[in-house]
Design a binder for this molecule. Structure first.
Ligand code: TRH
Length: 392
């Protein structure tokens, strides 16, 4: 490997563990660094097939391609393109960097320490208190190099939350005109949705909470539309489907009483955001769709990614505590119980708290609108990251 002078680009390495969250977060960050900070970014991804679900124009067979100003490179062994150290090197979610890259870092460290990129591990998001104490800590590696822990978070002393600078303004413009949502539903091939109908997007993991809610929705006095992409939520609803999940096609609809299930196509992240902006309530999961549901300024249920020993319930509780801080106590209590019941698949509790939820309650609607402004807490993740790099 050649020892090149340090360039000003950033490298982000992403290993897709499962689902779309790892690539979803790194793709958002890469786009924002390129678009708002004009930083050349290489995004190295080990699973382009998964990536193509959330970036349908990506060609999973290509070694290198460029979208939204980001170079997307297939991370295979050995690397298909020579790795040249840039200004920053981000390993996402503790993915193990390729040996080739680590060897180059050691070589640079021994010969010209100033040319070693700032090396960060981007951690998972959590609202827990300890995050502020750990964010930004360096860790000395066996090879003598220093790696920093970068923790996203809600507090002022954390690494912040991913949010594009114009996002809230774009969302407000979108939501100001009902025609936008109706046009989007039609573009997505979803038929029969009228402006006054209740529309719910569902992007969860498997859970028995879903069949319980669907039973309730079937008996609703008003029309309810549940928009669901092919994937894990449908595994819990097979009894309502006319065929195997594999045979379902986007745009297909199934009616049960006043509930219509619509099969959603998977779209790119921008369309996914718009979908969240357009629904009355969103059921989301993981890390990225969870944040985007907050940015949508709509009520949501968070189906948190399950962890060993139910640790995810600790994370859920930490989030609900901060989210409910400024919310009217009776709404906060019901909303928290709804989220707990959903995550614990308690069918009667989930139905009870859903029935107690008033989707058009003014204090709730004011809260969902104000929360994103408070949560950004003066600076988004990209802004804080750039500052962190400057200070390091
Ligand atoms: O897909 P997720 O469940 O992902 C993850 C991973 O499992 C990860 O290992 C885990 O640690 C993490 O969750 C907590 O959920 P998430 O984070 O919401 O990611 C989904 C991404 O898919 C998000 O970027 C939005 C995107 N998406 C689209 O772009 N288009 C779509 O149509 C849909 C449905 C999603």
């Amino acid at each position: 490997m050649i020892n090149m002078p340090r360039a000003n680009h950033w490298d982000i390495f992403c290993s897709v563990v499962d689902n779309y969250g790892d690539i979803g977060v790194t793709w958002r960050l890469a786009k924002q660094m390129a678009n708002e900070y004009h930083i050349p970014v290489n995004l190295w991804v080990d699973d382009l097939a998964s990536f193509s679900h959330i970036l349908p124009t990506l060609d999973p067979l290509k070694t290198a391609q460029s979208f939204n100003g980001v170079n997307i490179i297939h991370w295979i062994k050995p690397l298909p393109i020579e790795f040249v150290a840039g200004e920053v090197l981000i390993e996402a979610f503790a993915c193990e960097l390729p040996e080739q890259v680590k060897e180059l870092l050691v070589h640079l460290h021994q010969n010209d320490p100033k040319s070693v990129p700032i090396w960060l591990n981007l951690e998972y998001l959590s609202a827990e208190d300890w995050v502020e104490g750990c964010h930004g800590l360096p860790s000395l590696q066996a090879n003598g190099l220093k790696k920093y822990f970068y923790f996203p978070g809600f507090g002022a002393k954390t690494g912040g939350l991913i949010c594009e600078q114009d996002l809230f303004a774009e969302r407000d413009t979108w939501q100001a005109d009902t025609a936008n949502k109706l046009q989007l539903f039609s573009q997505l091939g979803l038929k029969g949705i009228e402006a006054q109908d209740t529309v719910i997007s569902i992007f969860s993991y498997e859970t028995e909470a879903l069949p319980a809610l669907c039973e309730l929705w079937q008996q609703s006095a008003e029309k309810i539309h549940a928009l669901i992409p092919k994937g894990r939520s449908l595994n819990s609803l097979t009894h309502l489907l006319p065929c195997d999940i594999a045979a379902l096609v986007p745009g297909q609809q199934v009616k049960h009483g006043n509930l219509t299930l619509h099969i959603l196509p998977m779209t790119n992240q921008q369309s996914f955001d718009r979908l969240l902006w357009s629904c009355d309530i969103n059921i989301v999961r993981g890390e990225d769709s969870f944040m985007r549901a907050q940015w949508a300024a709509k009520p949501f249920i968070w189906h948190i990614y399950p962890q060993e020993d139910d640790y995810h319930m600790v994370k859920l509780e930490a989030f609900l505590k901060i989210y409910c801080d400024n919310l009217a106590p009776e709404i906060a209590e019901n909303w928290s119980k709804l989220n707990f019941a959903f995550n614990q698949a308690q069918q009667s509790a989930v139905n009870l708290h859903w029935q107690n939820l008033n989707l058009v309650s003014l204090p709730l609607l004011q809260h969902v609108k104000q929360w994103p402004i408070n949560a950004i807490n003066a600076a988004d993740l990209a802004t804080r990251l750039v500052q962190f790099v400057k200070n390091s």
